[in-house]
Design a binder for this molecule. Structure first.
Ligand code: AHR
Length: 497
């Protein structure tokens, strides 16, 4: 298989907002309890946070983490999670049928976020709660002091406000499974009023309006058109959520699912711009892809779980090698839209459909999908460049004209570094890449990182890391041209400086 590519430092898509490499921690399964927090564990710090997990999160350089849900947030009383731990109530958690102990809440999570050098993206409950709880939470978190809620925060030991900038107006309110599900018009009205008062409390915050829960929703994209018609001027972003799986073991179609993600993003952009035109607005709405990942391996195990346990092993997908390839394609797709996708959250971060796994009382390890996330987050800062690609293509059961090569590049002018991210989707053949980089005169090849494995279903466990990258790719840079052989079914990072 063959592909040609032209890269030029002037073909700029956009400066990348680093928050495109965000993630998500929900009060669900073992994400919080047994994930980031396990008092009594040999790695626990003075607050009960696992140091081994914090190290892996720091390695990923996650810039923002969405919290506390997810479906969880639509039944959550944030007041349950602040103040003395011994006074906090245990609650039946209806979204995931478990017991929430509230040992970790807003303040502890803000502490954890600081420890791992990340920002909090806070979601408010627009299911069972509404305007009042939302504005009180903004006051509790962000107001300096001298009022009821800000002084309550101080009395809980937090003199300084948390200064949380990004807030989600509810979660997946288009989904019948959501506590407090409503139609687009009712959501728009509720979200608008919440947005108004939240910004009155702190006008420096940014708000995310709920978009569709997936492209598969019957209400997509009418939900966006109707709700944004109401919220457009009051919000800064609209959310997108999407998970993929390979339940029929059709890997050729599976690896092409990022084309569906591309179509989803384009449709949401068109819908936002239609509302902009309709309103004669000057404002261009940005996108927050605040839940995305592979999610399907754990579906049947989850059906067997007994309800009303504390921190049961829910949504514990064990990712294989082909999942890492699709995750790479999804990251490339979002980077290609970085002029509009400003935030994105890999859902989730620890144990629950996550790149990081732990065992209770035991170790922490990297799932296969950790690596494309790591490489893009670490090397993908700067300007996204639009490559001009001509690649051999294939047809699968679900898609036609799928390019074997999926690729985007990032140029960091300051450190004079260029990074090419590339997936070869062919399951059988190497791909010969011929890339014109004459615009980067004087650059040298630094390394060619490759994630490859003969077994598409290979996984990493606590005992054994079968899927990990090496730096022995064969890319060569000569006379302004890179020549590389991309192994069959591989994720590649070609770095120049
Ligand atoms: O991330 C898991 C769940 O997926 C979230 O709680 C929900 O928002 C989505 O349906």
């Amino acid at each position: 298989k063959q592909a040609r590519m032209l890269l030029d430092k002037d073909f700029v898509i956009s400066e990348i907002d680093k928050r495109i490499y965000g993630s998500f921690i929900e009060h669900l399964g073992r994400a919080v309890y047994g994930g980031i927090y396990e008092p009594g564990h040999s790695e626990a710090d003075e607050q009960g946070f696992r140091r081994d997990v914090m190290e892996l999160v720091k390695e990923l350089q996650v810039p923002i983490v969405r919290y506390p849900g997810g479906n969880f947030v639509s039944g959550y009383n944030w007041e349950d999670g602040v103040g003395p731990k011994e006074d906090r109530p245990k609650r039946l958690e209806l979204a995931w049928k478990m017991i929430e102990t509230n040992e970790v809440g807003t303040n502890e999570f803000a502490d954890w976020a600081k420890k791992v050098n990340t920002e909090v993206m806070m979601a408010v409950n627009l299911g069972t709660r509404g305007i009042d709880a939302a504005r009180n939470l903004v006051e509790y978190c962000n107001h300096p002091g001298g009022t009821y809620w800000s002084d309550l925060r101080k009395s809980h030991g937090y003199q300084e406000p948390h200064k949380i900038k990004t807030w989600c107006l509810g979660n997946e309110m288009d989904g019948p499974w959501q506590i407090g599900h409503m139609n687009a018009e009712d959501y728009g009205k509720k979200a608008l009023e919440a947005a108004k008062v939240m910004k009155w409390v702190d006008d420096s915050i940014e708000l995310v309006s709920c978009g569709s829960s997936s492209t598969g929703m019957k209400t997509f994209p009418e939900w966006e058109a109707t709700s944004l018609d109401i919220t457009y001027e009051a919000v800064d972003y609209v959310s997108l959520h999407q998970y993929y799986g390979n339940p029929n073991n059709d890997t050729e179609s599976y690896l092409a699912k990022s084309l569906d993600m591309d179509h989803f993003i384009k449709t949401v952009i068109s819908t936002c711009d239609y509302i902009k035109a309709k309103k004669r607005s000057k404002k261009t709405l940005m996108l927050s892809f605040d839940e995305w990942n592979v999610w399907y391996h754990s579906h049947s195990a989850d059906k067997q779980l007994k309800p009303w346990q504390v921190a049961p092993p829910q949504l514990e997908d064990v990712y294989n090698f082909e999942d890492a390839l699709l995750v790479g394609c999804m990251l490339i797709t979002m980077l290609k839209h970085s002029d509009r996708v400003k935030m994105a959250c890999m859902a989730q971060l620890v144990n629950v459909i996550a790149p990081i796994m732990t065992s209770n009382g035991g170790g922490a390890w990297k799932q296969t999908i950790f690596y494309p996330y790591l490489h893009t987050s670490v090397y993908g800062r700067g300007k996204a460049l639009q490559p001009v690609i001509s690649s051999d293509k294939y047809d699968s059961k679900e898609f036609t004209d799928v390019p074997y090569l999926e690729s985007v590049s990032v140029y960091d002018e300051e450190s004079e570094a260029v990074t090419i991210f590339a997936v070869n989707r062919s399951l059988t053949d190497e791909l010969h890449l011929d890339c014109d980089v004459r615009s980067f005169a004087g650059y040298q090849l630094v390394e060619h990182i490759v994630l490859e494995n003969d077994d598409l279903k290979a996984v990493n466990t606590e005992q054994c890391e079968q899927v990990k990258p090496h730096s022995n790719g064969n890319a060569l840079l000569q006379d302004g041209k890179i020549e590389a052989t991309l192994a069959k079914a591989s994720w590649n990072v070609i770095r120049l400086a």
